[in-house]
Design a protein around this ligand. Sequence first.
Ligand code: COA
Length: 321
Amino acid sequence: MYSRIESIGSFLPENIITNQDLEKRVDTSDEWIRTRTGIKQRSIANENQATSDLALEASREAIKKAGINPKEIDLIIVGTCTPDVATPNVGVMIQKELGLKNCPAFSIEAACSGFIYALNIANKFILSGESKCALVVGAETLSRITDWNDRNTCVLFADGGGAAILKPSETPGILYSDIGADGAYSDLLYVPYGTSRRPPSEKDNNHFLHMKGNEVFKVAVKKLESIAVNAIKRNNLSVEKIDWFVPHQANIRIIQAVARRLKMPMEKVIVTLDQHGNTSAASIPLALDVGITDGRIKKGDTILLQSFGAGFTWGTALLRL
Ligand code: COA
């Protein structure tokens, strides 16, 4: 028995901000952003769109593509670090809009690893028989916690949503999934405000992301290499047997460095960073959707998913579609 991704849906806000737009706001250049990060443009939610709106659009698309009745959904898990409000959680908001009742619905706060964490948990619910149809979502409005006057961060982050429908299957499926974290790195990427220790304050930028970018970069490359090697070894696979590598889209140089260390040709890597920027928990389902929709990822392909985010948190999943 496996769980299997039946479909992927995604949604990007219509409003696009290009590197040229950012040149007008902060001391940066299109050339610097492209060469240092790989990003050319990003989608940013308009003021009426919150994370649950992006999550809902992506979920509706995933439901449509899976050809299921939404009433079949018996579990909703959303990875997000930018929920609409402190409570209720984004999962409950989607549940209400889909007209569902009674199924568990909750959010996972694991930053950019949110989708892989949610997938890992939903996989266990399906394997235990507790869920027969799970909606797994990664959605963010990072624009709301980005300081648009800080060139170190505003060139990177973006908004979007991605969703998957998971069902039990006799054929593989999710072959493997592993998640982890190390709180020792919590001061390299964080938002100082919260609802408990420090309420948000407009005065002192505490509700914005703070980041030591080059330190994050170094830890990310090492950790991503090691978890990928681990996933491949533990499943008696080799890099040659992986058809597609779908990494979290944070920085093209991180992706290239990990691919180089794994000896994974870049032709097998799905890159959406140039168009999407870093959409945190949404980045992997968004990239998967692009790869499937443009015909590169085909049924039966073996795919390695991989994430890394604030915390630090990380996760991998090996799957067949
Ligand atoms: N435009 C122009 N110059 C910029 C800039 C920008 N948008 N942002 C930073 N700089 C400058 C810095 O101020 C610094 O100038 P200085 O040498 O005069 O002090 C210089 O560029 C180099 O800065 P550095 O931070 O060493 O650059 P970098 O090559 O490490 O690239 C990041 C910066 C943020 C792009 C890169 O470190 C990165 O992507 N890190 C990972 C971040 C990440 O992925 N976070 C999310 C994890 S899920």
